[in-house]
Write a protein that binds this ligand. Structure first.
Ligand code: NG1
Ligand code: ZN
Length: 525
């Protein structure tokens, strides 16, 4: 009898594949309409067990969420033992397993085992889920897959994506990264924040008061806990805490895309406001003054944080020993890249979209700051830098700030606390922060085409490689605009081609984006 008899039996009886639409493990795992995902979840449970075997029994994470997508969508992503996204070479294995027939499952699992040279051992998997109505059933499917494959599942319940990453890393480091409980997570971040703020004598223009938009998701629940722990230190007024629809008219993606305040915060003036997304791994700041909306996105967070870390390195005499750098994608505003490199003197590298690419590139620096423009990012410190910072008496502020940061993955609330620390230390209001540089006007659009996969790109997605002729036409359009820049890439999470454009004025940026959308549609129709 095949070692996978149980996996097949449960698949056929309880989690059969009833649809034959192809699904791919994309930028952020599998993501589609929730009703298409039951069999995918079951199979990913089984695959997580194999991944754990391949990693000598270390814990693997499985997160059920579709992040900023609408409530009707759902998704699943796997977390590797050191908190990173699933290793690239396993993405195609996941795609293969998700798309096979039920009866093919044993063969596909066997081929993973032989192809990767895996020896069976302990298979430990942590499963977390967001607040979507479809998440509990999908989580049960994952748990069933883990059990059928002979693994040991721990159901962490409703958590943010970064909380699950924290749990995986804290467990795999035997508590070295922090106590492996949710209480450990809250304690680590809130006590580091409290100590850092406690050390600041003068707040200047900074006021420890924010309005928080929880996107009606798990970020609101996490913030509730922080509000209790940070009482009297940071005053938080929370909106969109769960009674409304997830990500609908609120949340970080809504604010970034629409460039307007979310539900409940439309009329708030002169106050720092913060939005997180549906699984609380993205964060966006904004404020309104005299009716005018001002956005402080991931690029702004990266420049704020990198500039301050560089200042702390200089202050502690570590500038020569610790190299700081920043990683962005092509979506970063051109002004932020200029400001980072020319004004702050921090080198920038550009990588393709998706935090896994940013995270890897950030590890090349001793301190790597990485953020996508949409607010997804964090700061990573090399082991050597961490040791040196902890051992240097003049670097105590830096050591404290390091503990506010969830280095395992972008974490909206940890990033929020980090931003608050930097603003407080600088004595800046949101307006002071905003006026550090001016963004180039820009426009992000979607082009619907028959088959977006016909587009391939190179040079960190800044150049189209195929179909032939497309890049030449984009270049020609760009040349018509002063300070023009535009690029085209197929989305990894939606069935669209994304078009980004920048130019000297808003009208020109809009016009350039619209022109490029037309070019894409003409060539791909
Ligand atoms: P796609 O759909 O591949 O553009 C989007 C975001 C990414 C990333 C992923 C995962 C933009 C332009 N793209 O990817 O940055 O966050 O979703 O959530 O914001
Ligand atoms: Zn997210």
């Amino acid at each position: 009898m095949s070692r996978w008899a149980k996996v097949l039996e449960v698949a056929l009886a309880s989690h059969p594949r009833t649809i034959d639409t192809k699904i791919s493990y994309g930028t952020a795992g599998f993501r589609t309409k929730a009703e298409l995902l039951d069999h995918v979840m079951y199979r990913m449970g089984a695959m997580a067990v194999l991944r754990s075997w391949a990693k000598s029994g270390q814990v693997i994470g499985v997160m059920i969420t579709a992040s900023h997508n609408p409530e009707c969508d759902n998704g699943v992503k796997l977390v590797d033992p050191v908190g990173e996204m699933l290793e690239f070479s396993w993405e195609s294995l996941a795609t293969n397993l998700a798309n096979s027939t039920d009866r093919e499952i044993p063969d596909v699992l066997d081929s993973i085992i032989s192809g990767c040279g895996i020896t069976e051992g302990a298979g430990r998997v942590f499963v977390g889920r967001d607040t979507r109505k479809t998440s509990p059933a999908l989580s049960n499917a994952v748990l069933a897959g883990i059990a059928a494959a002979g693994g040991v599942a721990t159901d962490i319940g409703v958590v943010s994506t970064p909380q699950l990453h924290y749990m995986v890393v804290a467990t795999n480091t035997g508590g070295g990264y922090g106590e492996p409980t949710l209480d450990g997570y809250y304690s680590k971040l809130s006590s580091a924040f409290t100590s850092f703020l406690g050390g600041i004598k003068e707040f200047g223009n900074y006021s420890p008061k924010i309005m928080f938009d929880g996107a009606n998701g798990v970020g609101a629940l996490a913030m509730q806990e922080f509000m209790t722990r940070l009482k009297g230190i940071l005053e938080v007024t929370a909106f969109n805490t769960g009674s409304g629809e997830l990500n609908s008219g609120c949340g970080a993606d809504f604010v970034k895309v629409h460039q307007e305040a979310p539900a409940g915060l439309e009329a708030v003036e002169n106050t720092r406001c913060v939005s997180v997304d549906g699984d609380a791994d993205r964060v966006i700041y904004f404020y309104r003054k005299q009716g005018v909306f001002h956005l402080l996105d991931g690029d702004r967070i990266a420049t704020l944080v990198a500039g301050y870390l560089k200042h702390l390195l200089a202050e502690s005499g570590l500038s020569d020993k610790i190299r700081i750098g920043c990683v962005q994608t092509a979506y970063a505003n051109g002004s932020s890249t200029d400001y980072m490199t020319k004004s702050l003197g921090v080198p920038v590298s550009c990588v393709p979209t998706g935090v896994k690419f940013l995270h890897h590139a950030a590890l090349e620096f001793d301190i790597g700051v990485y953020f996508e423009a949409n607010g997804h990012g964090t700061v990573v410190f090399s082991q050597g830098a961490q040791k040196l910072i902890k051992e240097t008496p003049s670097a105590q502020s830096l050591a404290m700030l390091m503990n506010v940061i969830n280095q395992t993955v972008g974490d909206a609330i940890s990033d929020l606390l980090l931003v608050e620390c930097v603003l407080a230390a600088r004595g800046w209001s949101a307006e002071d922060w905003f006026h550090q540089y001016s963004d180039l006007p820009n426009k992000l659009m979607k082009a619907s085409v028959k088959d977006r996969t016909l587009i391939t790109t190179g040079d960190a997605e800044r150049q189209v490689l195929s179909p032939a002729g497309l890049q030449e036409r984009v270049n020609k359009a760009v040349a018509e605009f002063k300070r023009g820049r535009s690029f085209v890439r197929p989305s990894g999470t939606e069935d669209v081609v994304r078009v980004y454009a920048e130019a000297e004025t808003k009208e020109e940026a809009d016009k350039l984006a619209e022109t490029v959308v037309k070019i894409v549609q003409e060539i791909l129709s």
